[in-house]
Design a binder for this molecule. Structure first.
Ligand SMILES: C[S@@+](CC[C@H](N)C(=O)[O-])C[C@H]1O[C@@H](n2cnc3c(N)ncnc32)[C@H](O)[C@@H]1O
Length: 271
């Protein structure tokens, strides 16, 4: 028996905060089904026993991240954000960098890399006079190894690429009966890394960090603060942090970041 609804809610309330999660986000039937299936696979018969397992076994605690969070993503997600980055912020960033200084971009909690590939497209669709001779280093990380592996298969659904602007799609995508595929430099430019956002970042510095719809959505308390503080430290002055549409940095961080009031969560580091 996996217990009734009360048992499940008690399980969420008394377990997830210890793992850093904001438990109120998970009172959903779909999550309950996923966790119950996992308990079945571990031959555990009550929410109490799964709680014990999670709190005593760090490997299971890491695994539960992939069951609790949603992995939906798509190319050019919130298209107006990418349009704005291409028009204003990337050119401004190029202006601040040295002639040959590589541009480093990290998509953290990247699912299968849809966001990172979008950034590669964005970068290569900038006029050459703006890009100069600069190379792009592009890292996509996620805790879920299977999602990362899918990102390397280069087979995307029509829904995943529907927001890519026509001109960009013509340049970097081709479509056949199996789906949409990336072509040219964009196809191989992303470096995939399996990484837990609660561990030290996989890079020393990044000029642009995308951290959308992961840390700020699912987690709370000290673990979230710590993850965001680490990310913030690796962004140099003038660099950007991009959050999801409904996510905001804590107010007390305001002195270090300027926020562009354009409906997108684009923060630029000022000190
Ligand atoms: C909704 S997707 C967001 C994808 C992309 N950033 C976007 O906004 O389209 C959330 C991703 O966060 C990942 N994730 C959840 N917990 C994580 C953790 N502790 N470390 C790294 N990634 C994590 C999930 O595996 C999932 O792929």
């Amino acid at each position: 028996m996996h217990g009734g609804n009360v048992g499940f809610e008690d399980f969420l309330r008394t377990t997830l905060p210890f793992l850093g999660f904001n438990w109120t986000r998970f009172r959903k039937r779909m999550i309950r089904r996923r966790l119950a299936k996992r308990m079945g696979a571990l031959a555990l018969r009550s929410w109490d026993s799964y709680r014990e397992e999670l709190l005593s076994n760090p490997r299971e605690a890491a695994h539960v991240h992939t069951l609790l969070t949603v992995s939906i993503s798509r190319f050019w997600r919130n298209r107006a954000l990418f349009d704005q980055l291409r028009k204003f912020h990337f050119p401004a960033l190029m202006n601040c960098l040295g002639e040959d200084e590589p541009v480093v971009v990290w998509s953290a909690g990247a699912a299968s890399g849809q966001e990172a590939f979008s950034l590669s497209m964005l970068y290569h669709s900038l006029p050459e006079r703006i890009r100069g001779g600069r190379k792009l280093t592009l890292v996509a990380s996620d805790i879920d190894f299977h999602l990362l592996r899918r990102g390397q298969e280069n087979k995307w659904t029509a829904g995943e690429v529907r927001e890519v602007p026509c001109g960009v799609a013509e340049q970097f995508l081709w479509i056949d009966e199996l789906g949409a595929h990336l072509s040219g430099v964009v196809r191989t430019e992303v470096l995939f890394v399996c990484h837990d956002l609660f561990e030290p970042p996989p890079l020393r510095q990044a000029h642009v960090v995308f951290c959308r719809n992961s840390v700020m959505t699912y987690f709370h308390g000290p673990s979230r603060e710590q993850a965001m503080a680490r990310i913030s430290q690796m962004i140099p002055r003038g660099g950007y942090l991009i959050l999801g549409r409904k996510e905001t940095l804590p107010k007390r961080w305001a002195a270090r970041w300027s926020f562009f009031h354009t409906g997108h969560r684009i923060y630029q580091k000022i000190t």
